[in-house]
Design a protein around this ligand. Structure first.
Ligand SMILES: [Zn+2]
Length: 217
C-alpha cells in the first residue's frame, strides 16, 4: 500500500483518533510540530502571527506532491477584517514541508489556540461511484453530496454556496482538493457550520502551491 498513489476520486473521512491502534494521519489544533519560530506564518494583511488549524502528513491517504506534511494556519487577529476566507490575500497559509519534523519549537503567542485532536481516517470512499449512482441509479444529488459533507482528505469539494475552486495562476486549470474541513470535529472560528478547503496547484512545484479558502455556514 505504501507506494500506491491515492486516486483523485478516492476520499478518506477524517475522524478523531480514539484507539491506540488507529493510524494517525495528522491533527487539528494544538501546537504544530516542526514549525520553527522563523517559519511561523504571519498575516500579510495585519502582520499578526496566524493561528494553527491543522497538520496532515503525506501517506496512502493523501498525495502532497512530494511534500511530507502540510500545515494550515489562519489569521484570527482582526475578526475577519483581513478577509481570511480568501485564498489569495495572505490572511491564511498552507505551509508545505519536504521533511517531517515532529519536534516542538516555541511559537509566537496567537489570539487563539484550538484544542489538539489527533486524526485518523475511515476506509476510502469512491466518489466516482457515488456520482455514478446519481447519474445512473436516480440517487438524488443532494443526498449524495450530504453523504460527503464531512472532514475528509481528497475527492471533490462539497460547497456550501458557489463553486470557489481556485484556478492555477499558470492558466492550466483548476487546483486539486486536498482537505475539506467542517466545524464538527473542532469548532474552527469560520462561522457555525462554515467549511474550509485546502487546494494544491498541480502545476506549481514550489512550497507556495497550497491555498486555503472557506465559506460561512
Ligand atoms: Zn490578519
Amino acid at each position: 500500500m505504501g507506494d500506491m498513489k491515492p486516486s483523485a476520486w478516492l476520499s478518506y473521512r477524517l475522524r478523531k483518533a480514539t484507539q491506540e491502534s488507529d493510524s494517525i494521519v495528522g491533527a487539528y489544533g494544538g501546537h504544530p510540530r516542526g514549525i520553527r519560530s522563523h517559519q511561523w506564518p504571519r498575516c500579510r494583511v495585519c502582520g499578526s502571527p496566524m493561528c494553527h488549524m491543522a497538520q496532515i502528513d503525506a501517506g496512502p491517504w493523501i498525495d502532497l506532491h512530494g511534500f511530507a506534511r502540510m500545515s494550515v494556519f489562519i489569521c484570527h487577529a482582526t475578526g475577519g477584517r483581513c478577509e481570511d476566507w480568501d485564498p489569495w490575500k495572505g490572511a491564511n497559509k498552507v505551509l508545505l514541508q519536504r521533511v517531517r519534523d515532529d519536534n516542538l519549537y516555541d511559537g509566537p503567542p496567537t489570539v487563539r489556540v484550538y484544542r489538539r485532536v489527533k486524526l485518523t481516517v475511515d476506509p476510502a470512499i469512491d466518489e466516482a461511484a457515488v456520482m455514478r449512482d446519481v447519474r445512473e441509479r436516480g440517487v438524488p444529488l443532494k443526498s449524495a453530496l450530504q453523504g460527503l459533507k464531512h472532514d475528509k482528505l481528497g475527492g471533490g469539494a462539497v460547497w456550501l454556496h458557489n463553486d470557489d475552486t481556485p484556478q492555477s495562476p499558470s492558466g492550466q486549470g483548476p487546483m486539486r482538493m486536498l482537505l475539506q474541513m467542517t466545524t464538527d470535529v473542532v469548532t474552527f472560528d469560520i462561522t457555525r457550520g462554515g467549511m474550509a478547503w485546502v487546494f494544491i496547484d498541480p502545476w506549481d512545484p514550489s512550497e507556495d502551491a497550497g491555498r486555503l479558502l472557506w465559506q460561512g455556514g
